[in-house]
Write a protein that binds this ligand. Sequence first.
Ligand code: FAD
Length: 392
Amino acid sequence: MVKLPTMTVIGGGIGGLTCALAWQAVGGRVSVFERSVGPSEVGAGITLWPNAMVVLGRLGLTEKLRAAGHELEEGVITDQRGRPLLRTPVGSVSRSLGSVSLGIHRATLLSILVEALAPGLIEYRKECVRTEDDGEGIVSRFRDGSAFRSDVLVAADGLRSEVFGQVHGTAPPRYAGYLCHRGIAQYAGEDVPAGTAFEAWGRGLRFGLVRLDQERVYWFSNESAPEPETRIEPDLSRLRRVFSSWRAPIPAVLAAADPASVLLHPIFDRPFRRDRQGRGQLTFVGDAAHPMTPDLGQGACQAIEDAAELSDCLARVADPEMALRAYESHRFPRVNRMVRRSRFQGFVSQHSTWIGCLLRNTIIRCTPERLLTASFRDLVAPAIRPTRDDSH
Ligand SMILES: Cc1cc2nc3c(=O)[nH]c(=O)nc-3n(C[C@H](O)[C@H](O)[C@H](O)COP(=O)(O)OP(=O)(O)OC[C@H]3O[C@@H](n4cnc5c(N)ncnc54)[C@H](O)[C@@H]3O)c2cc1C
């Protein structure tokens, strides 16, 4: 029987927490260090597709997630006036893959993950500033002067990963060409039907909605723009003006949006390179390894897949270093494809010339629905097999 290495996880986001849960589930010892003061209560919504739900199902979380989230039946894309471009049968595809797709508040997802961890495994206010191999293991050093040693270290510290910077030097992420506002609105209107995730595409502008429950919707708006040189603040009043003539219910949802919930981020990704993976007994997961644009809603889902693959490799391969390299080489082709596919989707949906948008919309309308559905199925198909828990 393989002696399980001890694991330190830097970062208590979706990727880090799922890694810790997956390692806990196979009987491994794990400690999570998160720099913020507690579980995040901010953030907007997030979609979890079958490829992530299957992993979370293995961790016994299906029922809690289904109770807290909103099951998606259909994805709809229209132009800004509401003329249909594409309909995706999300629910039936998800069920055919043995799972479901959910819209859920990010803070709710994080709290479900934290609650599933054994008490005391996560420490807050612990910012990792350095890691080193001292011959007996990997030592994480924290801003408060403390240190912690384990057999393997998993850096799950997000897009601007401190650990990634130490290992590979500065590798700034690549700006994707657009800014994303997102937030939550108290909106019970029936023009956001239950189970529908909806997007409207214009010229260099996009608006999306996902119902979170009967009362609330998660909304986002993307706007093509040069990379900001300084910090930018959300501007809900401007958004209300920009989208005032767009299809219903966009103006009404923006009118109902809670200004305190609105976030604004420039969007980045980073091409995933073979020479920019882990070293020794250290590896990366989630956005620290492979930030991708949100255009396919796959960033967190891929972080969740990383967690499953990492724990499988560490539990199977006796030498931890070899296990980490096996994890990286298994994940490399799939996440690289996701990074590229997300960026391409962003390029298409954020296109801003009149003729380009006309061409885009015409091509989508003329593409047989079964091809588009097959492409969606390929995107969200689990990389691991479902278990009985996944769909019940
Ligand atoms: C607008 C938008 C919409 C999105 N929508 C979706 C979606 O619908 N579906 C989906 O699957 N994905 C979506 N994503 C992507 C998803 O949000 C990310 O891929 C996911 O959050 C990555 O999780 P992570 O744990 O790797 O990183 P993060 O969520 O960034 O977590 C990193 C954690 O590490 C902590 N940390 C950072 N540095 C340190 C340090 N030095 N020491 C200790 N702790 C540290 C941070 O405080 C944070 O808690 C979206 C992204 C954006 C921007």
